[in-house]
Design a protein around this ligand. Structure first.
Ligand SMILES: NC(=O)c1ccc[n+]([C@@H]2O[C@H](COP(=O)([O-])OP(=O)(O)OC[C@H]3O[C@@H](n4cnc5c(N)ncnc54)[C@H](OP(=O)(O)O)[C@@H]3O)[C@@H](O)[C@H]2O)c1
Length: 351
C-alpha cells in the first residue's frame, strides 16, 4: 500500500485527486489538507465524495505530512509550493507539484513571466516537467515532478509533432485557447460570480499568458529551434474543458499524409492521446464536450493549402489531463505501474 497526501485538498484539483485516488485498492489517502476547513469532513466541501470517504481535512504541517505519506501532491496556488517543496524533499518524500513553481528551467523566466526571483534555482534543474508523453523515462526516476499547466498540456501535445518534424515555422505560431470556469480554481472573485461569468466569451491576458513560457520551453527542447508562441486565451461558458487551436505556417508545400505521419509516429501506443479527424459522427474534430471527466487528450488537425497553414486542435478536461488526471498518471509512472492504472475512465456523455 502506498500512502499519499494531498496538500490543498479542498480546491478543485485537490477534489479531483481525491475522486481518482479514493477508489484505488493500492493507494491509501492518508492526508488531505485545508487551513480553512481544518477538522471538517472532506465530503462537506466535495459532496460527490459522500459515502466514499470519512476522511477529514487537517492543517498542512511538514511533520504530519512526513509522518503519514510516501508521496505528496501539492494542489496549491502558484507561489505557495515553492517553500514547501525543499522541506518535503529533505524528509525523503516524493513530490508532484500541480502549481507552476517548478515548471520552468530558467530562473530568469520566473522573473519575466511570474515577477518573482526563484529562491531555489538548483531545484528547477532537478524538477522533471511532468508531461508523460514527452518525459516518461525522467518521470520514472524523479523525486520532484512539476505537473504542467492545463492550457500548456493541450497546446504542447498538439504542436510537438509539428515542430519536431519541421512542418511549421516554429518562430511564428498563433495559439487560441478557450477555457472553462473551473480553470481558475475555487476561490470566488467578481469575474467568477455567476451573473458575470455566465454567457461569457471573454478574452483575457491576450498577449501575456504565463503558460506561454512553458509551451515555448518544451517545444524548443523537442525541436532544437527557437520557438515563438503568441497565445490568447478566452474564458467560455463551460465548467470543465479546454480547446486549444493553433495556427502554424508551413515551411514548404506539404501533404496531409505528412501531418498524419507526424502525429501517428509521436503518439503511437500513447493511451491517452486520441487522434480525432473524422468525416462522420458527432466529434469530427476535438471538442472538450467529449473528454469531460476523462484523462484523454483529443488531437485533430486540418491543412489549409490556400493559406499555407496547419490548424491543430486539442481538447482536454482541465482538471483531468490538464491537472489531477495527469498528476495521477505521473504517480503511476513513478511507482513503476502501468501509467493508465485507475485512469482509463470514459468521459461523461452527454454533459
Ligand atoms: N483548476 C485547474 O484547472 C488547474 C489546472 C492545472 C493546474 N492548476 C494549478 O493547480 C493548483 C491548484 O489549483 P486549484 O484550481 O485546485 O485551486 P483552488 O481551487 O483555489 O484550491 C487551492 C487549494 O490550496 C489550498 N491553499 C491555498 N494557499 C495555501 C497555502 N499557502 N498553503 C497550503 N495550502 C494552501 C486551499 O485550501 P486552504 O486555503 O483552506 O488551505 C485549497 O485547498 C494551482 O497552482 C493551479 O494553478 C489548476
Amino acid at each position: 500500500m502506498v500512502n499519499v497526501g494531498i496538500v490543498g485538498a479542498s480546491g478543485y484539483t485537490g477534489g479531483e485527486l481525491l475522486r481518482l485516488l479514493l477508489s484505488r485498492q493500492d493507494i491509501s489517502v492518508t492526508l488531505a489538507t485545508s487551513r480553512k476547513h481544518n477538522g471538517e469532513y472532506v465530503f462537506r466541501v466535495h459532496p460527490n465524495l459522500k459515502s466514499i470517504t470519512t476522511l477529514k481535512f487537517s492543517n498542512p504541517s511538514i511533520d504530519n505530512i512526513a509522518k503519514s505519506c510516501d508521496y505528496v501532491f501539492l494542489a496549491v496556488p502558484h507561489g505557495s509550493a515553492v517553500n514547501l517543496v525543499p522541506k518535503l524533499l529533505e524528509v525523503g518524500l516524493k513530490v508532484i507539484d500541480l502549481s507552476a513553481d517548478f515548471r520552468l528551467k530558467d530562473p530568469k523566466d520566473y522573473e519575466k513571466w511570474y515577477k518573482f526571483k526563484h529562491p531555489f534555482p538548483d531545484l528547477l534543474e532537478k524538477a522533471v516537467y511532468g508531461l508523460p508523453e514527452l518525459h516518461f523515462d525522467e518521470i520514472r526516476k524523479a523525486s520532484l515532478v512539476a505537473n504542467p499547466g492545463c492550457t500548456s498540456t493541450a497546446t504542447i501535445l498538439s504542436l510537438a509533432p509539428l515542430v519536431k518534424n519541421n512542418l511549421i515555422d516554429a518562430e511564428r505560431i498563433i495559439v487560441d485557447v478557450k477555457i472553462g470556469s473551473s480553470g481558475v480554481g475555487g476561490s470566488p472573485s467578481i469575474f467568477s460570480h455567476h451573473p458575470e461569468r455566465t454567457y461569457v466569451v471573454r478574452p483575457y491576458q491576450v498577449a501575456s499568458h504565463r503558460h506561454t513560457a512553458e509551451v515555448e520551453q518544451e517545444l524548443k527542447r523537442i525541436s532544437n529551434k527557437n520557438v515563438k508562441i503568441g497565445m490568447t486565451p478566452h474564458a467560455v461558458d463551460i465548467v470543465r474543458g479546454i480547446l486549444s487551436t493553433s495556427y502554424g505556417f508551413t515551411n514548404e508545400k506539404i501533404q496531409l499524409s505528412q501531418i498524419w505521419h507526424a502525429y501517428r509516429e509521436a503518439y503511437n501506443g500513447r493511451k491517452f492521446i486520441r487522434l480525432v479527424k473524422d468525416v462522420q459522427g458527432l466529434e469530427k474534430l476535438p471538442d472538450p464536450k467529449y473528454v469531460v471527466g476523462s484523462n484523454f487528450c483529443d488531437i485533430g488537425f486540418e491543412l489549409d493549402e490556400r493559406f499555407g497553414r496547419i490548424i491543430a486542435f486539442s481538447a482536454i478536461d482541465n482538471l483531468m489531463k490538464g491537472a489531477s488526471g495527469q498528476a495521477v498518471q505521473n504517480l503511476n509512472i513513478m511507482l513503476g505501474l502501468d501509467e493508465t492504472t485507475g485512469l482509463l475512465i470514459p468521459s461523461l456523455h452527454p454533459v
